[in-house]
Ligand binder design. Structure first.
Ligand SMILES: Nc1ncnc2c1ncn2[C@@H]1O[C@H](COP(=O)(O)OP(=O)(O)OP(=O)(O)O)[C@@H](O)[C@H]1O
Ligand SMILES: [Mg+2]
Length: 140
């Protein structure tokens, strides 16, 4: 099945001004494409959490979205420092966010848990050398 790229957007590290733009842009694109509201909402939760993780925990990266007739593929790639322990990262309440970040309302340790809950498929590859690469499939 041929997939079409509908978004590719850079995500800057620690840029809380623009943080959330990629997921917000994607939301608008999906609405225009006529994707059902429930799927748009689910996708927005997933992409917002992954985008903010890049803003907060990484050195910067990008979000790419591809669509085919029956699925939406989201790729969020960053350049490190990587997730040390993936099992811990997917545990509710686990966060390495600093006090400063927590004061901004992040760091509940619920982001990846929610991504996993709403994704139909998820694949995470992470290392200190190559950064973090998340691929999510959402069925349409
Ligand atoms: N892109 C990333 N690069 C490096 N570490 C990450 C990345 N994404 C997540 N992590 C690590 O996994 C932990 C859990 O991530 P998760 O999104 O679940 O929680 P959080 O970002 O700390 O808090 P919340 O998402 O609730 O605001 C993070 O605290 C961080 O240590
Ligand atoms: Mg998070």
């Amino acid at each position: 099945m041929k997939k079409q790229k509908i978004l590719n957007k850079e995500i800057a590290s620690f840029d809380f001004q623009s943080g959330g733009e990629a997921s917000s842009n994607l939301k608008n694109i999906l609405r225009k494409l006529g994707v059902p509201a429930k799927t748009v909402r689910k996708t927005a939760i997933i992409t917002y959490e992954l985008e903010m993780n890049v803003v907060i925990h990484s050195c910067g990266g990008e979000l790419t979205a591809l669509i085919s007739e029956n699925e939406l593929e989201i790729r969020v790639d960053d350049s490190g420092p990587g997730i040390e322990d993936l099992d811990k990262a997917f545990t509710a309440g686990y966060s390495t966010a600093s006090e400063e970040i927590r004061e901004m309302g992040f760091g509940a340790g619920m982001g990846l848990v929610n991504v996993k809950r709403y994704a139909d498929q998820i694949d995470v590859k992470s290392s200190s050398k190559n950064g973090t690469h998340v691929r999510v499939i959402i069925e349409l």
